[in-house]
Write a protein that binds this ligand. Sequence first.
Ligand SMILES: *Cc1c(COP(=O)(O)O)cnc(C)c1O
Length: 398
Amino acid sequence: MSLANGRHYLAIPGPSVVPDRVLQAMHRAAPNIYTGELPEMVEGLLPDLRAVARTGHDVAIYIANGHGAWEAALANTHARGDKVLVLATGRFALGWSEIAKRLGIECEILDFGKTSDVAADRVEAALRGDAGHAYRSVLMVHVDTSTSVRNDVAAVRRVLDDAGHPALLMVDCIASLACDRFEMDAWGVDLMVAASQKGLMTPPGLGFVFFNDRADAARGRADCNTHYWDWDLRVRPVDFYQYFDGTAPTHHLYGLRAALDMIAEEGLENVWSRHEKLAAAIWAACEAWGTDGPLQLNIADRAKRSCAVTAIQLGAPKGTELRDWLTANAGVTLGIGLGMAESGEEAWHGHFRIGHMGHVNSHMVLGVLGAIEAGMVALDIPHGSGALSAAARACAAA
Ligand SMILES: *Cc1c(COP(=O)(O)O)cnc(C)c1O
C-alpha cells in the first residue's frame, strides 16, 4: 500500500518543476529557423533575459547545460597558462575549476569548506598577495547547490576594488537566477553564467553567458576560444543562425518565452520574495525538527542560506532511507547530498536536499515538509515537534 500515486513532485534542485504553461508552449510543430516568427521571438527574449539578470550588457545563448556555459565563459576570456582564483564553497566552484584546468588555466583554490560562505578577508589576502596581478579572474558561485550556501557577491567586488585588482569577477548563478536576489550591474559582476533548468523553469538545454565590456575585452587574448563557444557572432549576429552557431533550440526557446512571461507577470521582486518566504517556511520546519534528533540544516546562519535550495544533514544511512521512503510512499523526490561523499565512508547517505526553485508555491512546500515528517515518523527518526505548524505560520505571515 502506497500513497505515492497522484501528481509527483520532483523536489530536487534542478531540473526544477516545469510549469504547464511552459510545456504547452513547447508542444507545437517545428518553426522555420530562417525567417518569420522564431527570429522575431528570439529578439524579444534578450531584453527579458537581461532584466532577470539585472544587467544592460550582452547575453550569449548556448545549446548547452550549465557545464557548457561554464566552458563558454572561460573559453572567451582566458588564454592557456592564465591563473584564476577560485572561491570554493562546495561542489560547484570546484566543478567550474575542473573545466578551467582542462582548458590549460591554472587554478588557485581558496576552499571555505562545505558549511560556510566566502570569507572576504581571505579573498583580500589572496588578492593583495598577487601584486603582479597574475589572477585574470575570480571565479565564484552565488548559490552553491551542494551546500545551499549563498555567497555575498557584492562583498567580493568591494574586495577587488579595495585591492585595486583588475581580475574579472565571474559568477555562477545557475542555481540562483530568478530565485535569490542578484544584481549583475549594481554588484559589479563582469560575467555571469546561468542555465534554463532551475529558476528559469525550462527543461535543461540552454546555457547563458552574460558579460560586460571588460569581459568582452578579454576575448582578444583568449587563445582557448573555439568557433562554437565564441560569443562574438552570437551577440552580434549578421544572420539569425549565428545566434546559436547552427540550428536554433526551437522548442526550448518557446518554453523560455513562456517562463520569462511568467516571471515578468509576477514581477522579479515578487519572484524573489516568494522564494524568500517559502525558504523561511522550510527553515522554520527544519529548525523545529532539529531541536531533538539528528536533523540539521547544513548552513547554520539564516543570512547565508539560499532561497532556492536547502541542504540538510540527517546522518547515514537515514538521508537515503528518507529519500527512498518519500519517493515510494509520498510521491515526492528529494535531492541527493551532492559533494558530501568525500566527507567519509557512507557520508553521502547522511544528506539530502530540498529544491524549492522556480515554479513552487506554499502548498507544494507544505506538502514536501508534511511528507518529510511522515517519513521520519515511519522510519523512527527522532525529531522535534511543531515543525509543520511553524512552517504554516511562516506561510501565513507572508
Ligand atoms: C546545476 C548547477 C550547475 C551545473 O549545471 P548543469 O546544467 O548540470 O551542467 C552548476 N552550478 C550550479 C550552482 C548549479 O546549481
